[in-house]
Design a protein around this ligand. Structure first.
Ligand SMILES: N[C@@H](CCC(=O)N[C@@H](CS)C(=O)NCC(=O)O)C(=O)O
Length: 149
């Protein structure tokens, strides 16, 4: 388990009026949105592993998204995305696994292959569930068919 509590001042979200960070300058950045459940997974992973000083948070205002985010950082134009070693990794579960295996700090995934397989199964289910609930809250999908398929 990670120890202690780190108090962190949350940086303000960047929007259409904000200049881009100096992308690919060697800084590791987690592009995220505070209210996005997918980004929160990666944010929690970073914090759980105690990487507040190693991975800089770059919150994005999704409603006033800066054009440079799609053009320079992540063509999928979604959060989260992790910039590390001149590469951008997207999709929250991939970001979580990437941070877990490429950075110090307590491991999130078990080493035992059988347990790991179970975790992967749980993650896949959770991903489907959270995606369904999120789409429902956004009014894009009815909830029931998503949960029983
Ligand atoms: N499957 C993706 C989903 C990410 C996602 O949909 N993020 C939302 C915010 S919660 C987003 O960036 N939406 C912007 C868009 O779709 O244009 C993941 O797990 O990272």
């Amino acid at each position: 388990m990670a120890t202690g509590t780190v108090q962190e001042v949350r940086p303000p979200a960047l929007d259409v009026t904000s200049d881009p960070p100096s992308v690919f300058d060697g800084t590791t950045r987690l592009y995220m949105a505070y209210t996005c459940p997918f980004a929160q997974r990666a944010w929690i992973t970073r914090n759980y592993k105690g990487l507040q000083d190693k991975i800089q948070l770059v919150p994005i205002d999704l409603w006033k998204r800066p054009a440079w985010y799609k053009e320079k950082v992540y063509p999928e134009n979604k959060v989260p995305a992790l910039e590390h070693n001149n590469v951008v990794i997207g999709d929250s579960l991939d970001v979580v696994k990437y941070i877990d295996s490429n950075f110090e700090g307590p491991s999130l995934l078990p080493n035992d292959p059988a347990k790991r397989e179970f975790v992967e199964e749980l993650l896949a289910y959770t991903d489907k569930f959270v995606g369904g609930v999120y789409a429902c809250l956004q009014g894009m999908e009815p909830l029931v068919p998503l949960l029983i398929t």
